[in-house]
Design a protein around this ligand. Sequence first.
Ligand SMILES: NC(=O)c1ccc[n+]([C@@H]2O[C@H](COP(=O)([O-])OP(=O)(O)OC[C@H]3O[C@@H](n4cnc5c(N)ncnc54)[C@H](O)[C@@H]3O)[C@@H](O)[C@H]2O)c1
Length: 309
Amino acid sequence: MARNGHIVVTGGCGFVGANLVHRLAAAGEEVVVVDDLRTGRREHVEGRCRVVVGDAGDPEVLGPALRGCSAVVHLASETGVAPSVEDPLRDLKGNAVTTVMALEAARRAGVRRFVFSSSGAALGEVEQPLHEGRVPHPLSPYGAGKLAGEAYCQAYSASFGMEAVALRFSNVYGPFSAHKRNNAVPRFVTRALRGEPLEIYGDGSRSRDFIHVDDICSAIERALQTEGIGGEVFQLATGVETTVKELADTVLELTGSTAGIVHRPARPGEVERTSVDVSKAARVLGWRPRISLTEGLCSTIEWFGSARS
Ligand SMILES: NC(=O)c1ccc[n+]([C@@H]2O[C@H](COP(=O)([O-])OP(=O)(O)OC[C@H]3O[C@@H](n4cnc5c(N)ncnc54)[C@H](O)[C@@H]3O)[C@@H](O)[C@H]2O)c1
C-alpha cells in the first residue's frame, strides 16, 4: 500500500539500499535516494527512483530531499568492523555523526518515521543468544557508532515524539553486494566462481547468522508500517548459527569449486559467536525470515555469475 509522501532512502545505491529501492518501487512507493556514491552505484537503482548525489550528513543535501517526505530509511554509513579499527575517526564521522545529522534533518523537516540500520556489532561480545535485553559491549568503533545511533534514535523519539526505530542487522548477503569485500559471502562466492581458494580468517570456528537481504527488506517494510515502535530496537537475523567453515564448505559445494580453503590470521574486533533470538521482531513487527541459507546462496551465486559475465 503506497504511503502519503515519498520515502527517502539514504545510502540507497548500496547493497541493502538497492534491494530495498527495488522492493519499495515494486510496491508503488515513490522513493528518493540520497547517496554520495562512495561505495554505491547509481545504475543499480536507475529508473526506480530519483537519486540525489551528496552527503546524507549534510543538511543542505538531505533537507531539500525531505520536503513532503513521509519516512526516512537511513542506510548511509561507513561500514565494516576492520576499516573502523584502522581509522576510528573516519568511522565516527561517517557512522554516528551522519546518523545524528540525518535524524536532526528529519526532525527539522517534520518527518516522524525514521528507520535506522544498526548492526549486531552494537551489542558486541555478550552472553549468547543475542537479544534486545542484553547490555551492549561493542568491540569495535563501528559497533560503538551504531550503538550511539541507536541511543540517538531513542532520544529523538522521547524528546521530539519521533518514531525512530533501530534494526540490528546480522550478516546480510544477496544481490548487489559485489563491492562488500570484507563480508564472507561475497568474498567466498567471488573467489569460488574464479576457481580460487576461499580465504578464512582464523580457524573458521567463528559463527555468524547469515540473513538474505530480501528478509532484511521485508523487516524494514514492517518497521515502516508498524505504529508505536518509536525508540525500539530489534535484532534481525534468521536464528540459525553457521560457522564460517560451514559457510565456505556450502559455497564450494553449490558452486562446484574444488579450489579448497586457505587460512589467514584472525582479524581483531570480531566476536567469536553470533546466535540470535529474533522473537521480539516476530512478536512486535509480525516479521519472520523466510529464506534458508542454501536457497539464498543459490540465488546469490546466480546473481554473482551474471554480474561477472
Ligand atoms: N551488509 C551487512 O551485512 C550489514 C550488517 C549490519 C548493518 N549494516 C548496515 O546497513 C547499512 C547498509 O549497508 P550496506 O551493506 O548496504 O553497505 P553499502 O556500503 O553497500 O551501502 C552504503 C551506501 O551508503 C552510501 N553512503 C555512505 N556514506 C554516505 C554518506 N555520508 N552520505 C551519502 N551516502 C553515503 C554509499 O555510497 C553506499 O551506497 C549500513 O548502515 C550498514 O552499517 C549492514
